[in-house]
Design a protein around this ligand. Structure first.
Ligand code: CMP
Length: 140
């Protein structure tokens, strides 16, 4: 299995409910290691750039409003097949479709306020990590 890194966000709905520790515990329980982490207030520009791939979607404005509505925790996760493993433990984007035992099944409020983000492929993981972290901020 390949040792990979992926990018993860704990979203404002989760920081507001003080459940970041419970979410990190589920990520760690899934075999992922936090190798970089910081709590930040995302700017409008960061949200619009980060989610730029969705800019033509009807939910884009609401998504950027939400992601800037409170602090988020951005992090780099490392582990065997970390990208797929993270997506598995996050669960489906819409919590109504999320499997038992997943973060979104346990915590997400709806498809927008869905508690976590995770990269979907190696290329996006590399881009998303580099968007929020410099190399010296990431440890082993
Ligand atoms: P995320 O994994 O961060 O990637 C894009 C985000 O857009 C997604 O999680 C949801 O928070 C949001 N999103 C995706 N689809 C919809 C939708 N149909 N309505 C509202 N928000 C959505």
């Amino acid at each position: 299995m390949a040792l990979e890194r992926t990018f993860s966000i704990i979203k404002p709905d989760a920081t507001a409910r003080n459940i970041t520790g419970q979410i990190v515990a589920m990520l760690e329980g899934a075999g992922l290691r936090v190798v970089a982490q910081k709590r930040i207030q995302m700017t409008r520009q960061q949200a619009e750039e980060f989610y730029g791939v969705h800019k033509e979607r009807p939910f884009f404005g609401d998504l950027c409003d939400f992601m800037t509505s409170g602090p988020v925790v951005v992090q780099v996760l490392e582990g065997d097949n970390a990208i797929a493993r993270n997506r598995e433990v996050m669960g489906a984007t819409n919590p109504e479709d999320a499997a038992e035992g997943t973060i979104r099944k346990a915590f997400a409020e709806n498809i927008e306020r869905n508690s976590v983000h995770g990269s979907d492929a190696p290329e996006t993981a590399a881009q998303e990590i580099a968007y929020f972290f410099s190399g010296s901020e990431i440890t082993g």
